[in-house]
Write a protein that binds this ligand. Structure first.
Ligand SMILES: Cc1ncc(COP(=O)(O)O)c(C=O)c1O
Length: 458
């Protein structure tokens, strides 16, 4: 009797045969880097794809295959890849110098754009990354409030520094994280998202909490969506209980709307952390917020000063890319186009799932799209994206719990074989994702699910 291949095996073999250049490079990289990769989410079975160049909604792998991209620079490319205005601005700055080790005009223009667009931005301090921005926001909170702890939500991602690692990934109930001292993880109080009663109970129970931090459209960019009513309730709770409210808009800032989720929902936090689109696809981040809180970065008589060096703060190249990007964002057009592409993709995927009677559902808000396999629950109606269905009743473990990685990798392989680089069970759009690009993606999805089915993965 012939041996039966394991589910997913044939797909992995087809992928390996179709992407030989990536395989050859991974064979070298695995000798060099732990897991062969330089970012956790690039881990992939049997090997990740290596990309040579990118333009608009596309990137080309090292074998010359064109891929429609839904990673969009981990969310940083709202304008698509290599936008000519951003490329020209960076080229010009390159010729003038990459690091004067001094103050420069670019940082002023960049900071002014942030203040113009982001409602809560009375003052701005640039950092090297989003991780550095949340690190700064939490330390500023400790200085301003005199309280050491913070409240966060299960499944919300705020970078990789020690303080924010608890409850960022499943299992969410675990109070410890390998390598993080208990004294540090003990400063974090984590509750499930979308439950204002749990937040209020936690704030009342622990006077040591000085602030609340969240991704304002939901953890891991909306795996469990958060919407305006919760944000308004949270704002009210923080004001009543004298806590700082921090919106981590590293993804949503300049994406959801030119002024981020806070402008869209009309809820102003005390501090905002920004990165990604802020720096137009180059490294960079910032904390923006209340002048009296950021004042702790200034030397003042009788007040402690937060130290903040950082070789690449407000780097001129990042500033040049950021100014060019935010200038275009300010018109409103890139966000509107990316949001329309996200909505079309969700709607067309759900139409496909209905037409084929497949147990999948697509959901999400704005330009962020997620799919749930093996789904037999309620289906979305015809309402707009912000009235959209939240599958599994918004349960954090069902929507953002441990994943079947064989299926996740299988879907990625199948999508790549059909010309699309799809991010696990999710993706983000840019303003370059036209209707035609989205419709091609839906066709690729249909072919990919057929491949998964043929190979026993669904
Ligand atoms: C919401 C959020 N906060 C913080 C970060 C960390 O930013 P960075 O990767 O620039 O350190 C990320 C990164 O994806 C993020 O999505």
């Amino acid at each position: 009797m012939p041996a039966v291949a394991a589910p997913g095996r044939a797909l992995a073999d087809r992928y390996a045969a179709a992407f030989p250049g990536s395989k050859a490079r991974f064979d070298q990289a695995r000798e060099l880097f732990p897991c062969g990769v330089t970012h956790d989410t690039r881990m992939m079975d049997p090997f990740p794809v290596y990309v040579d160049r990118a333009d608009g909604p596309y990137k080309w792998d090292v074998d010359g295959r064109r891929l429609t991209d839904y990673f969009v620079g981990h969310g940083s490319h709202l304008l698509g890849h290599s936008p000519p205005d951003v490329v020209a601005a960076v080229r010009e700055q390159m010729g003038k110098g990459t690091h004067p080790g001094a103050c420069h005009d670019g940082e002023i223009a960049w900071g002014r754009l942030v203040r113009k667009l982001v409602p809560g931005a009375e003052r701005v301090r640039f950092t090297g990354s989003g991780t550095e921005a949340t690190l700064m926001a939490l330390r500023l909170s400790r200085l301003f409030t005199g309280r050491p702890k913070f409240l966060r939500f299960q499944g919300h991602f705020h970078g990789w520094h020690d303080y924010v690692t608890v409850s960022a990934d499943p299992p969410y109930e675990s109070p410890t994280v390998p390598g993080v001292p208990d004294a540090v993880s003990g400063q974090c109080v984590a509750v499930p998202p979308n439950d204002l009663n749990r937040v209020e109970d936690a704030l009342k129970a622990d006077a040591g909490i000085g602030c609340v931090i969240l991704e304002p459209t939901g953890g891991h960019w909306g795996a469990v969506p958060i919407r305006g009513a919760f944000l308004k309730g949270l704002r009210d709770l923080c004001t009543r209980h004298d806590k700082l409210l921090i919106f981590d808009e590293v993804i949503t800032g300049f994406r959801v709307s030119p002024g981020g989720a806070q402008a869209y929902y009309g809820v102003t936090p005390d501090l905002t952390t920004l990165a990604k689109i802020l720096a137009g696809g180059l490294p960079g981040g910032c904390v923006a917020g209340r002048a009296d809180v950021l004042a702790f970065l200034e030397p003042r008589p009788g007040k402690p000063k937060m130290k903040h060096p950082g070789t690449y703060n407000a780097n001129p190249l990042s500033a040049a890319a950021g100014i060019a990007t935010l200038t275009r964002v300010a018109t409103g057009e890139p966000c509107a186009k990316a949001n329309a592409a996200g909505r079309l993709l969700r709607n067309e995927l759900n139409a496909l799932f209905a037409a084929r009677d497949w147990p999948w559902v697509a959901y999400g808000d704005f330009s962020m799209v997620r799919v749930v396999p093996n789904y037999r629950g309620e289906r979305p109606g015809a309402a707009g994206d912000n009235d959209g269905l939240v599958p599994h009743g918004g349960d954090v473990n069902a929507l953002d719990g441990p994943k079947d990685m064989r299926l996740v990798y299988g879907l990625r392989q199948a999508m790549l074989l059909n010309g699309v680089d799809w991010w696990g069970l999710a993706g983000m759009t840019s303003c370059e994702h036209t209707d035609a690009v989205v419709r091609h993606t839906v066709g690729a999805f249909e072919a990919a699910v057929e491949m998964l089915s043929a190979d026993g993965l669904v």
